[in-house]
Design a protein around this ligand. Sequence first.
Ligand code: SF4
Length: 476
Amino acid sequence: MEKFYYQAIKELRIKNNMSQKALSENLGISNRAVSKWENGLSQPSAEHIFSLSKIFNVPMDYFYQKPHINTDKEPISGMNSITEIYKIGRGPSSSHTIGPEKACKIFKSKNPTANFFKIILYGSLAKTGKGHGTDTVIKKTLLPICCDIEFNFIDENIPHPNTMVLIAYKNDLEIDRARVFSVGGGNIVFENSYVESLKTIYKHNKFIDIAEYCKNGKLRLWEYVKENENQQLESHLKEVWETMKASIEKGLESEGILPGGLELQKKAKTLYNSQHIDETPETKENRIVCSYAFAVSEQNADGKTIVTAPTCGAAGVVPAVLYYQQKKNNFNDEQIIHSLMTAGLIGNLIKTNASISGAECGCQAEIGSACAMAAAALGELFGLSIDKIEYAAEIAIEHHLGLTCDPICGLVQIPCIERNAVAAMRAINAVNLASFLWSTRKISLDNVIQTMKETGQDLSSPYKETAEAGLAKIKF
Ligand code: SF4
């Protein structure tokens, strides 16, 4: 018997307004037995399937059929605020730490009388949850209430690769249950409108439409963002920029070994202080920008505070290029914040039309998106036209297409830290190319975002944050 019964039982029970307790009494079994069926932890006997078919008035076959799971996103209309792209939080992984933390906070606040929680992690959350510290964050968030965390490695029949089930108990009786998807960058989606979804504040969600609107209204991209967002955006971005700078500065001072067991040395400080014998301005720029990206990424791997841009794993790319430019060319904070607005808009387009989750689309969705954001930020800072900014962002994603997510031991360290530095340099390269070659381009940003989504869907699951393939197979 395949594990299709569990969804059918739960769906029928809810459809018939029946509690787990009522169903268990009807069947003459324990409440916990029904709970285990619904979680796929045990399966009903043929006799119980027969009883269930009578109770719910459905044929027995109903419990053996593959359920229709709708994995398609809702038809897209508009976009949410770019504040969802920039979240201030602790590393090392937005979808494995910030997202689950947020889900647990909401669930805990909805169940103030609960005296026990059970959390079941599926897919990538189960496979790399230990390395990313998901269990530690969940336990801390639910304190002082105790919780049991189960890593479900078996169930593949899940609607999203980062799925978690939260169950609240009071005196051994289940009082609430919710299924949540951690969709990348610390964003979460509760199933069945358990909580109100975010408001759409942008009416456009394609770059082509935004560009046309801006050109007609003679707006720069950051002005378009400002026109759509509320007044809190600027103060949020000021805090974001301060946090980004602090993560670079603290990362450059930090030494020692990163936690997790790989015995990986922190390198930002060494990189910053080293010098080539025959250092040219170009090699110096490379070294310094990379040291900034290492600094943030090492802070992230160390569980320190960083800003998702758009995720924790890719948090070093955008701050590295902007901090370098501020130091080199004295751009003021206001100019940097405008560039963060434009970068956030690009991240938002990718999040809305494809994905920013390594578990969903591989590293192209994290580092590729961060690189596109950084290239667009630089384009804004240098006052490039909308077409040139678009081309810079497009180049940046295009040359990350197919990039897999294969973190060794499930830790956001190898290849993640170096990958941030390489992407920062690639963003600089992309903006330089775009400023010369924009008039010859053939591929739009919207096209490449769609391609990234399709490529991500075609990537096989072991290459999407499961630590099962690629570099992750190397044993230490
Ligand atoms: S390989 Fe890329 S997507 Fe995967 S954890 Fe590292 S930075 Fe994130």
